[in-house]
Design a protein around this ligand. Structure first.
Ligand code: OXD
Ligand code: MN
Length: 590
């Protein structure tokens, strides 16, 4: 008798009609074979899927160029397909599941002809964790199969684990013919299923990541009483040797990866990494909030990554523990056969091909690396990997940070008065857009909890779910708003960021342990300047004050924007959020 998994694979194969089906076991040997196939057999147009890189300087590394129209998440082509539009909410594109299935079946019909269907059994989370989920993705491109080996715990044991159960998370992916007009990423929360076609780009194609671990998982969390969040997880070791675990939510390409691996500028402090993108949060047996990272790799933005901004990531990329590491849409230094991107250490190389494979001229407008070019690398390569990473119960969280990219208004750091106010801080978050998705860069958009593109249901209900989670916690984490991006009157960043962010984390750790005071403002509790360790920074006091400046007048348009945003959710917006909003308006005298 065929198992539900075998039956499902069979049905998808009847639809997509691959020449052959390969069940992956997740082994290194298999990954090597897939890379060989991508080097010599599979192509996008005339370009092989993979190119070899200089194995001395970049061990186990391979280069990939995606289709030129396929370089970022396609939010406008991403749909949540639940029969009830209200449940999906104004924060998502909605399509009725019947319509979506019909549309997709047409696009899938025969789309894998002549190709291999790879069956990828994988766990999100450690297999022994009560919070982990078993999943299977089907794909027709070696790049995705290899990437999923890096990003998830892929193993044939998952097939055994699924056994006769029908309720594994199902993902069907095909690159189709890369036609942007035939590109869709459809989510079916009720069936725990994702259908994606027409794109090979990470967030659209590695279905374990945004599609499952955030959109489907946030819905499951809402049903089952847990949270799936766009958050890094890290441990802060202080000079006492104590490790305090925190999470931080920030929109795509706003420095989450740098924060997760930060090299402390203050002696005696060390950061331990558990994740750079996604956290699953559960109430533990002791009533505290526990985080696991469902992923096992980093899919990070390459441009700007260097020994100066993120030395631990450079070490991770050049570590040769795990096979393989991938570079996608960076430039290529042809003299050394190495990946190259803007911001990398050292002199600009003489001969560079840009991300589309064309000779590149330094100094011009055009970038060699696409601004959203990426590396895909195992978390086990990280020298900062926390020893608790594989602990099935996760780590207990003492603080949660909400950040965004804001040139004005938002202070460097402020602490919420309580859980409810913290949920309001998360909900009112806005950020200037980046290249991680296809849209105009640098526009302010409201991005509550940095989950706008990833919350798989109505965000009004999501805020309510957060409020309810707080009620179940005995010792809830403290909540903070942070902003590294405030500028001075000349448009220059005031705060140095990167390794210096430890100074903010130090204050947060001391707050968590009741070791330092704070000053009340309309926005929350902020540090007295004397309580921030600023030695060696040379930031004049007036500039430091600017980082915390609150001008009621300047807040007027912001408050308007927040109100309009909140109103969209009608009576799904919890009254508690309006109470906090009104309190803020009153305090600002606006
Ligand atoms: C990502 C993103 O890839 O947020 O992590 O876009
Ligand atoms: Mn992300």
């Amino acid at each position: 008798m065929a198992t539900p998994l075998e039956k499902w694979v069979d049905e998808q194969a009847k639809l997509t009609k691959p020449a052959r089906i390969h069940w992956c076991d997740g082994s290194e040997e298999e990954a090597r074979k897939l890379i060989e196939i991508g080097l010599h057999e599979e192509k996008i147009g005339d370009t092989p899927i993979f190119q070899d890189l200089n194995q001395t300087n970049w061990p186990k590394s391979y280069y990939h160029r995606s289709h030129p129209t396929d370089v970022a998440r396609a939010e406008h082509l991403t749909f949540i397909c639940h029969p009830d539009k209200e449940t999906v909410g104004p924060n998502n594109n909605w399509m009725h599941p019947d319509e979506a299935r019909e549309k997709m079946r047409k696009l899938y019909d025969g789309c894998m002809k002549g190709r291999t269907m790879y069956v990828l059994p994988y766990m999100m989370g450690h297999p022994d964790s009560p919070y982990a989920k078993a999943s299977v993705q089907l794909t027709d491109v070696s790049y995705v199969a290899v990437s999923m080996r890096i990003m998830t715990r892929m193993s044939k044991d998952v097939i055994t684990k699924i056994g006769n159960r029908p309720d594994f998370v199902k993902g069907l992916h095909s690159v189709g013919d890369f036609d942007p007009n035939k590109r869709f990423i459809m989510h079916f929360p009720l069936e725990q299923e994702v259908w994606s076609v027409g794109s090979g780009y990470g967030g659209n194609a590695l279905l374990g990541k945004k599609c499952f671990a955030l959109r489907i998982a946030s819905w499951l969390g809402y049903q089952e009483g847990w949270l799936a969040e766009h958050m890094v997880i890290l441990g802060i070791q202080d000079p006492k040797g104590r490790v305090t675990y925190i999470t931080a939510a920030m929109p795509s390409a706003c420095g989450k990866t740098n924060l997760a691996m930060l090299e402390s500028a203050l002696p005696g402090y060390k950061i331990w990494t558990l994740g750079d993108d996604i956290a699953w949060l559960n109430v533990g047996p002791d009533g505290r909030l526990y985080a696991i990272n469902p992923e096992s790799g980093f899919f990070g933005v390459a441009p700007g990554t260097s020994m100066k901004t993120n030395p631990n990531m450079m070490r991770t990329l050049q570590n040769n523990k795990f096979f393989p590491t991938l570079f996608t849409n960076t430039g290529l230094d042809t003299d050394k056969n190495e990946p190259w991107w803007e911001g990398l250490d050292g002199a600009v190389p003489q001969h560079v091909l840009d991300w589309q494979g064309k000779p590149w001229t330094p100094g011009g407008e055009a970038k060699a690396a696409h601004p959203n070019s990426r590396f895909t690398v195992s978390i086990y390569n990280a020298p900062t990997l926390d020893k608790e990473f594989d602990n099935p119960r996760g780590v207990p969280i003492s603080a949660m940070l909400f950040g965004g990219r804001r040139m004005q208004l938002i202070p460097l750091v402020s602490e919420a008065f309580n859980w409810q106010h913290g949920v309001f801080l998360g909900a009112r978050t806005g950020s200037e857009t980046t290249a991680a998705a296809q849209h105009k860069v640098g526009m302010l958009r409201r991005d509550p909890f940095s989950m706008l593109p990833f919350c798989g249901y109505n965000m009004g209900d999501y805020f309510g779910h957060w409020l309810n989670m707080g009620k179940r916690l005995k010792n809830p984490p403290k909540i903070y708003s942070v902003n590294w991006f405030r500028v001075d009157d000349n448009g220059k960043f005031i705060w140095p960021g990167f390794g210096e962010n430890i100074r903010v984390l130090k204050w947060i750790v001391e707050r968590v342990h009741g070791e330092v005071g704070a000053k009340e403002t309309p926005l929350g509790l902020v540090p007295e300047l004397k309580d921030l360790e600023l030695s060696g920074l040379n930031i004049p006091a007036d500039k430091m004050n600017k980082l915390f400046e609150i001008k009621p007048e300047a807040w007027k348009p912001e408050l308007e924007d927040i109100r309009k945003y909140m109103e969209q959710f009608g009576d799904r917006m919890p009254q508690a959020m309006w109470d906090d909003y009104n309190a803020l308006v009153k305090k600002l005298g606006a």
